[in-house]
Design a protein around this ligand. Sequence first.
Ligand SMILES: Cc1cc2nc3c(=O)[nH]c(=O)nc-3n(C[C@H](O)[C@H](O)[C@H](O)COP(=O)(O)OP(=O)(O)OC[C@H]3O[C@@H](n4cnc5c(N)ncnc54)[C@H](O)[C@@H]3O)c2cc1C
Length: 377
Amino acid sequence: MKKKFAIIGAGIAGLTLANLIKKKTEHKFMLYERQESLSLDQGYGIQLSTNSTKILNILGFSKLNSEKIFHPKSVDFYDIQNKKICELDLSRFNTKENKYTTLQRSTLIEFLKDDIYTEHLRFGKSIKEVSEIKGKILLKFDDNTNDLVDIVVGADGIFSNTRSFFEKKKNEPKFQKAIAIRKILTSKSELKIDEEKISIIMGKNCHLVVYPINKKKELNLVCIIRDKKYDPNNIKYLIDQVGKQNSIFGKILNQDLKSWPLYSTSKIYPSTNNKVFYIGDAFNGFLPTLAQGAGQSIESAYELFNLIKKDSQADIQNIYFKTRLKRAEIVKRRSKINFFIFHFSSSIMQLIRNFFMKFLIKRKSFIKSYLGTVYKN
Ligand SMILES: Cc1cc2nc3c(=O)[nH]c(=O)nc-3n(C[C@H](O)[C@H](O)[C@H](O)COP(=O)(O)OP(=O)(O)OC[C@H]3O[C@@H](n4cnc5c(N)ncnc54)[C@H](O)[C@@H]3O)c2cc1C
């Protein structure tokens, strides 16, 4: 039976689900976005491991202009003095069709919006009120329009407002006492790194990640710095702390920066309404230290799509929550471990960490269980 869906939020999760419904089912849907346009912020890179590129390829991602993406073959780990510690081969997780991919977030959003934009996307929409009428959900928006639907999908990010309308217990995102700073490096940087790889540079209370986002040799740089509270006026001081460890970073991070506080979800709560689902960061927001936020948004959309495409009488809500929770817990644990070990302040701990990293990275069985389970290798 054809159903009608309202997807709230046109980020990576909402747009992926919209594409899957549009291209692979007969269901009807509308995507409601609070902003007046899609956020196509140029300066924001994203890494997609094979678990997500495999799903995007169902939607034709492999046909994307290859100049706009990059396939880094490995991750180089450095200490803050730019001394290489070890290297992780990423190509072992690749297949001919599905490859680890880096790109600008805007490139991914442009790709996902193509088939949805005109007919299925409404901007400037925020829910004002919800009610249930004869087994359906009536959504009223603050511009006095409404929609009567069978299923509501909350894809409105880590601070999901959809949850406030349907749940007593909301996921409470927690500030992780760290901030992220981003920048695009356009010219050949002074860093002694291989610009065709992903570089992770670990310092005291901070780490930097640099990777190519297209074939034009543009690099995305993100620096995560620990700080007890987020104060935009304190950024200069924090950058100075990084600069003291390596003056080149101090220089690079000096201008054209964007910064924001890092939040993640501490406890994941299920939906209490069997007509309401949560995907992407609205289900669970992760720390960025395993680069899986977008990947898990895509996966969660695909898991839900697989359950709704069949006209089954099964308890979809329960199946979806259990499967997603299991996956989210795996990613959450590893993101937390990485967050912990990337930032050691004591030099003894850094030496011990570097020793274990060199040792473990060569162990195929360890890499398979630590990353293979995430990348679905
Ligand atoms: C520093 C940093 C680096 C990252 N790097 C990576 C990476 O390399 N790889 C990776 O996979 N992930 C990365 N991520 C995470 C990734 O960006 C997110 O996890 C992902 O974008 C979440 O997608 P989403 O669609 O669930 O939510 P969002 O992208 O937050 O989209 C939610 C959408 O809903 C809209 N919205 C919000 N409220 C409402 C409302 N009330 N009504 C209607 N619409 C609403 C918003 O405007 C937005 O368009 C990173 C995150 C950070 C912070």
